[in-house]
Design a protein around this ligand. Structure first.
Ligand code: FES
Length: 127
């Protein structure tokens, strides 16, 4: 998995942590949002999706060949918005579990991140 340097983001030193948050209003149904987070002592890209009114978050890493999933920046859902679709070879992941339902990684799953909503904010943690 590619580690991300702080200079990859905006060219400034940034203090990353194992928590990220955003206003819940940024995530209406069928929308997603990317972020950086420390996960297993590495800075990685994560994403959170609103699927049917529930929020789910994963490391942005396809377990087939290790590429990022989004086929356009911050676009993860397939055309029917039922699955998360890997842009590289088309694996389909169930948004609610992260399990691969179809494609070269069938039976395996994305790396989950913890999600909760507090005081109108979505809070993601990797610990
Ligand atoms: S890298 Fe995602 S399906 Fe191949």
């Amino acid at each position: 998995m590619r580690a991300v340097n702080s200079t990859d983001v905006i060219g400034n030193a940034v203090a990353y942590s194992t928590m990220w948050s955003a206003p819940l209003s940024d995530l209406p149904p069928s929308r997603s949002k990317k972020f950086y987070i420390l996960w297993r002592n590495r800075l990685v890209e994560g994403f959170v999706v609103n699927f049917g009114g529930q929020l789910y978050a994963y490391v942005n890493y396809c377990i087939h060949a290790g590429t990022q999933l989004d086929w356009w920046p911050n676009e993860f859902f397939d055309n029917d918005r039922r699955f998360l679709k890997c842009s590289t070879h088309g694996s389909l992941y169930k948004p609610e579990t992260g399990k691969c339902a179809s494609g070269p990684c069938a039976g395996r799953g994305l790396f989950p991140l913890q999600v909760k909503v507090t005081n109108g904010r979505v809070v993601i943690t990797s610990g």
